[in-house]
Design a protein around this ligand. Structure first.
Ligand SMILES: Cc1cc2nc3c(=O)[nH]c(=O)nc-3n(C[C@H](O)[C@H](O)[C@H](O)COP(=O)(O)OP(=O)(O)OC[C@H]3O[C@@H](n4cnc5c(N)ncnc54)[C@H](O)[C@@H]3O)c2cc1C
Length: 425
């Protein structure tokens, strides 16, 4: 299982207090056992606990330890793969239903923040910035696609309009979305956990599941106990490692890294991103950045398919940031951290059942802040007896990644290919 860089992140440093929850001790019977306390697992736990199910969540480390407590906080639209790959498998009408579900995933965040009073700095507005002038055509096509799907809160910005908003001359235009944005992901995740506990779920931290039985009475065993349940939800994503061997080849962990500067002050920060929107470039190996509530530049990117940690993360990431904002050359890097994204071969999330009682969802491919909550909710819906929406997404087929000794070298080679492609495109 990949090990995440544990340097204190900006999110940990600004997390709302959340008491430790003791590890599982002994044997327990319950209705639903959830493995993993990230957005996926907690979303399922919350829905099921609200519906009256007895729910036990087993988390190897702490709530939000995985990607959910480490990500860029960018609330994105749709699927990382784009619509065409989904339409190629499901047909246009069902692909449209998938897009509608993805739209619902963003509203789900809004509803939960409101319903459970989660303080997590939610901010709308998103810019997809193009590094090359000829990519303007892609933005126009993208907008037309969104319009056709009924998502019209978007506009195209010229280079000049973008430069009025951003303190950089690097980009040649952007697609602006009003219906995407950013927030503090760890505080949202802790808020979900609190809501699930209030609804009756029990969370055990420090409870790594070592083995899973997926039969008619599924069970999960840790070093100190076993949970037997009527249903199981597996939500370990990139951090699941070899816990469930049948899921191993379905996703690949990819390292992504983030730095946060010292607070820049309101004026300096707004000279970089005038309207406090989230920003990402349109490269395959994407740079993503935004301001924090306390006026830091939070800048993410890079990708490591080898799962090896770069030795000095701050120094490794800084040139990426100063290429966009040379004016931050002297800004101190206050925090640097990394985490693992789970990608699938086609960049569409993978979900399904390992048996009639055991559900899983993972592989949001770098775009799971909104989608993970949705997939958790749909697994809960299916367990409660309405599986139509879950089954729509579960129909999407996935090719496994190659296993064995060629697994990592092949992905490093793929990575190099995409870097060269980004540079040449
Ligand atoms: C650095 C980074 C930046 C990202 N930026 C963005 C972004 O800006 N926008 C976006 O949309 N997406 C982004 N993502 C992706 C997004 O964060 C994820 O898709 C999403 O958080 C996945 O949620 P999850 O609950 O499925 O998995 P996770 O949050 O990874 O949770 C899985 C949990 O399961 C636990 N676990 C694993 N195995 C076991 C076991 N055997 N026993 C018990 N517990 C176990 C782990 O400890 C972990 O807490 C980013 C990811 C990373 C790493």
């Amino acid at each position: 299982m990949p090990k995440s860089i544990d340097a204190t992140s900006y999110y940990q440093a600004t997390a709302t207090p959340f008491p430790a929850h003791p590890p599982l001790a002994g044997d327990v019977s319950t209705d639903v056992c959830v493995i993993g306390a990230g957005f996926t697992g907690l979303s399922a736990a919350l829905e099921l606990a609200k519906a009256g199910y007895r729910v036990v969540v087993l988390e190897a480390e702490r709530v939000g330890h995985g990607a959910s407590g480490r990500n860029g906080g960018q609330i994105c639209t749709g699927f990382s793969s784009g619509q065409a790959k989904i339409a190629a498998q499901l047909g246009k009408a069902d692909a449209r239903k998938c897009f509608d579900l993805a739209q619902e995933s963003k509203q789900l965040i809004v509803n939960r923040i409101t319903d459970h009073k989660i303080d997590c700095d939610l901010q709308w507005g998103y810019l997809h910035a193009i590094p090359k002038p000829h990519q303007m055509k892609e933005l126009v096509d993208w907008k037309e696609e969104y319009d056709a799907l009924g998502y019209t809160d978007t506009s195209i910005l010229t280079k000049q309009e973008l430069e009025d908003k951003l303190g950089t001359r690097l980009y040649h235009g952007a697609l602006r979305e009003g219906g995407a944005g950013h927030f503090h992901p760890l505080n949202y995740c802790l808020g979900l956990a609190r809501a699930a506990i209030e609804a009756g779920a029990v969370i055990h931290e420090g409870s790594r599941v070592l083995s899973v039985e997926t039969g008619s009475t599924p069970s999960a065993t840790t070093a100190k106990g076993t949970v037997k349940a009527k249903f199981m939800v597996i939500a370990g994503n990139a951090y699941l490692g070899r816990t469930v061997p049948t899921l191993l080849g379905k996703v690949m962990p990819v390292g992504s890294y983030i730095i946060a500067t010292e607070p820049l002050g309101e004026n300096r920060a707004r000279a970089l991103i005038r309207d406090n929107e989230a920003v990402a470039n349109t490269n395959f190996i994407v740079d993503y950045f935004r301001l924090t509530k306390d006026t830091r530049m939070l800048f993410g990117g890079r990708a490591s398919y080898s799962t090896l940690e770069p030795p000095n993360l701050g120094a490794y990431m800084r040139p990426r940031m100063t290429a966009v904002f040379p004016q931050l050359r002297d800004a101190q890097i206050a925090y640097a951290w990394g985490g693992f994204i789970a990608i699938t071969a086609n960049r569409i999330p993978d979900c399904g059942r390992l048996s009639p009682t055991t559900y899983y969802a993972h592989g949001y491919s770098g775009q799971g802040v909104a989608l993970a909550g949705l997939y958790g909710k749909l697994m809960a819906e299916a367990i409660r007896g309405t599986a139509e929406r879950f089954d729509l997404l579960a129909r999407i087929k996935h090719l496994p990644f190659p296993g064995g000794p060629i697994r990592t070298p092949m992905l490093v080679a793929a990575m190099l290919y995409y870097r060269v492609r980004d540079a040449l495109s």
